[in-house]
Design a protein around this ligand. Sequence first.
Ligand SMILES: Cc1cc2nc3c(=O)[nH]c(=O)nc-3n(C[C@H](O)[C@H](O)[C@H](O)COP(=O)(O)OP(=O)(O)OC[C@H]3O[C@@H](n4cnc5c(N)ncnc54)[C@H](O)[C@@H]3O)c2cc1C
Length: 543
Amino acid sequence: MPTSTTRRRFLTAAALGAAAGSGVLTTPTAHAAAPGTGARPSRVPLTREEHRAVVIGSGFGGGVSALRLAQAGVPVTVLERGRRWITGPNVDTYATVSHPDRRLLWYGTTPEAVRPVQRLLGRPLDLDPYVGLVEPVLGDSLLALCAAGVGGGSLVYQGMTLQPSREVFETWLPGELDYGLLDREYYPRVARMLDVSTAPDELLATPTYRATRIFRDRAERRGFPVEKVPQPVDWNYPLAETRGEMRPAYTSGDTLFGVNNGGKHTVDLTYLAQAEATGRCQVLTQHQVTSVARGTGGRWTVHVDRIDDAGRVLEQRIITTKALVMAAGSMNTTRLLVRAAALGDIPGLPGEVGQGFGTNGDRIYLWSDLLEDFGPRQGSPIAYIAKTWDDPRTASTTCQFSLPPLYGVDTRSTLVLAMAVSPDRGRWTYSGLTDTVNMHFPVAGDRAVGLLAAQRVQAMAGGLGTIAEFNLAENITVHPLGGACMGPVTDPYGRVHDQPGLYVLDGALIPGTTGACNPSMTIAAVAEHALDTIVAQDVGTTV
Ligand SMILES: Cc1cc2nc3c(=O)[nH]c(=O)nc-3n(C[C@H](O)[C@H](O)[C@H](O)COP(=O)(O)OP(=O)(O)OC[C@H]3O[C@@H](n4cnc5c(N)ncnc54)[C@H](O)[C@@H]3O)c2cc1C
């Protein structure tokens, strides 16, 4: 995101130039501050280009959009701020929780936003600027995490691929969506694309999955319906670890932010790989979009910084396009649109842009029990869930996840995540003083659902287990949703009202909850649904 008024003035002047022509033009020009680094190369080139369709972001929404447009014959350019992360047996691509070096954090993350993550991980983090994997964003009363890199959140996610029930979906998700259609066609399509399956018993019987088994047994004994959760994982990888054929990653639980050994069917290896294989999709990495605007002649104008590994600006590019897909994730799509609305760069944007923002009701608990041996190393990913979905108004899903390996010490503890439907919503506002877009969430937001979820977790843990709710000390979510919601801001296909050629096709579309489920499955299914219609109706007109 832009950080200075200097940048704003520069970009406005450049935008005026861009409106005069298309094609590629390189102009050496004065440089504006590189966000987060303080480093200022004196001159960087400015390039102007015209592209047929531009997708901002390469996560679930971006991956689906790129593939389906490319398959429909549309040349697509994906602008991704992060780098490619190449995994494979025994590689050292990602920083791990045991060794959280600079590869973990997106450059420019403020120390205030880093502190709660350090507390959660129990370790200091390296703040040396890098185009790292995780961006913590701090707002009033909430810290939200998102990812950066080709594949977006699929790189860091636990892989839980969950579909809500009809009752929960129809109670909480936009009425514009037809659950029956998603259930018949689009959820199964996403499951096929990501090749999901559940963890084999052979793996879960091995020593480091003890905490997983304790959760399953306790929940079952206390009458909670327990089932395995589908994951986009090739289980031969963790099984190879158990035979000593690969260094431990899954089996040691050191996968909270990326699995070095690979075997996870992330968006870069599924949707984007297929899109690139068409020959009509290019993914430009380390291309950070700083602003979007409506241009002339029905075109959209996208201002982009090409950055190096430390976030220094190497080149500024102004790209004009007929079709612009916002898929930068809930927080970053919203930030770009709220700023564009405030500065008048997109006149007539719906007034509800920035609203309907929520946490998916995420609550994290530390479960401790002196009589239980959860183990100093706890295998991942999450294998079992307990659903409490009978009443859609109070639905929640609970699961155990591995406590990151903490110096090899057995703390007799593990972690539990609950996702509970919550009506509480925040919003984003623009400050002209700082040229920033800021997140606001109610101080007591989600506390009521957190209390109910805590009671359920406590009931599962039993009398001797203690439950400490992390969110009461530090309200944190890894599932930010909403900000440019279906209904007030877009139609059911992500088309922004009265803005032909502008689409929102990521988590920003979904108002605050995906119905007691993690969001990726629903984000991808909603995008798949939208793209079928966009391909049928818009290609050749607005695309
Ligand atoms: C630790 C963690 C664990 C999770 N576990 C699960 C799970 O088990 N199951 C599940 O369903 N969900 C999980 N999630 C959430 C899931 O990852 C997100 O809901 C999902 O990725 C959102 O998809 P999206 O398409 O909206 O955006 P994203 O996947 O976030 O993709 C957005 C992309 O846009 C890029 N971008 C952002 N701003 C710009 C810009 N200005 N210019 C260019 N590019 C930009 C980003 O770098 C990113 O690659 C988890 C998230 C985290 C952080």
